[in-house]
Design a binder for this molecule. Structure first.
Ligand SMILES: [Zn+2]
Length: 141
């Protein structure tokens, strides 16, 4: 296999070389496509992560605004409220008979009133027992 044909100047050897060169180029381009596809995917993934992170940030901002628009009770304030409730129940309501106590602690649990009083310098938070006792868990300023 040395010559394609005599007289036309085209040699089989050259043709094979040409095919080999084309195959080589084709393989190189295949590798390049593969590399670029991989890189493209990575870029998309990074972009996706950035997009997701931005969405999470936006959601957090929205939720923070929602939270601040309401009347949040901090963990420390909740702790103070719980302590006051226990103390108040023991000091004021423990004298009441168990029959009355169960009446006081009605099933709906609506024996405490929470009040939030917004002012120009802050919000005051007060919890009031059904007996009228008050505890200010959130102080202005
Ligand atoms: Zn009370």
């Amino acid at each position: 296999m040395s010559e394609y044909g005599k007289g036309n100047g085209i040699h089989v050897y050259d043709f094979d070389k040409c095919i080999a060169t084309l195959r080589q180029r084709h393989d190189d381009q295949e590798k390049r496509i593969e590399y670029l596809e991989k890189e493209n995917k990575e870029l998309k993934d990074n972009n996706y992560k950035d997009k997701q992170l931005q969405e999470i940030k936006d959601k957090l901002n929205r939720m923070t605004k929602e939270y601040n628009r309401g009347f949040p009770i901090s963990e420390d304030e909740q702790k103070a409220i719980d302590e006051w409730k226990v103390k108040h129940k023991a000091e004021v309501h423990s004298a009441i008979t168990s029959n009355h106590r169960s009446e006081f602690e009605c099933v709906c649990g609506g024996n405490y009133l929470y009040q939030f009083i917004p002012t120009s310098i802050g919000v005051a938070g007060v919890i009031t027992c059904s007996c009228g006792a008050k505890f200010e868990f959130q102080h202005i300023g």
